[in-house]
Design a protein around this ligand. Structure first.
Ligand code: ZN
Length: 192
């Protein structure tokens, strides 16, 4: 049995300690809708002109409709794109055409949030274990702890076996016996 010690220098307070649900920032996206008034006979033509102008690597028109002489073009924007910059380009173009009347641009940013939950709450302290050289009980080869492999085998009848101590050299399962040191109050006394 080999004891894997906690690396004392990595012990730190967890800023999310105690929370049972942690929100992690996810995908960002934005949509914007452009409205302008065009002569009824020319609405489709101008919708096409602006669609072409808006479509690009970071922006894609997904919906166009007409409502009371107003053309509405809705587009989705990549998170990295700047909807304000796009809006001012479009507005400048509309202002050059005396037959068009600008009715505004609305931009909506959305940030997805992923929830991660943990029974009993996030731990108070974070730390890493040391990474000593280990020896395989089967082949005698030497390697670092983090080189150990893990795998799980399913026998098809619901029985599953798992090992996270597979020798990286000979492939032996449970090639060494490890005991991981647990955090003790005296290790974190100076952080309290
Ligand atoms: Zn081995």
């Amino acid at each position: 049995m080999k004891l894997i010690r906690i690396d004392r220098s990595t012990i730190r307070k967890n800023p999310l300690a105690g929370r049972t649900v942690v929100l992690v920032p996810g995908q960002r996206s934005a949509t914007f809708s452009l409205r302008f008034i065009a002569p009824p006979k020319e609405m489709q033509k101008w919708a096409d002109v602006f669609t072409e102008m808006i479509n690009g690597a970071d922006c894609r028109v997904f919906h166009t409709f007409f409502n009371n002489g107003t053309v509405v073009i809705e587009a989705s924007i990549e998170a990295a794109a700047d909807p304000k910059e796009l809006a001012s380009r479009v507005r400048a173009r509309i202002n050059k055409e005396p037959i068009l009347a600008f009715r505004g641009i609305e931009a909506k940013m959305e940030q997805e949030v992923d929830r991660r939950s943990r029974m009993g709450g996030e731990p108070r302290f974070l730390f890493e274990h040391e990474n000593p050289i280990l020896a395989c009980d089967n082949c005698g080869g030497r390697f670092k702890r983090t080189e150990l492999q893990s795998d799980c085998m399913d026998y098809g009848d619901g029985d599953e076996i798992f090992s996270d101590t597979i020798c990286p050299l000979c492939g032996e399962w449970n090639c060494c016996e490890l005991e991981f040191e647990r955090l003790k109050p005296e290790m974190v006394a100076h952080l309290e």
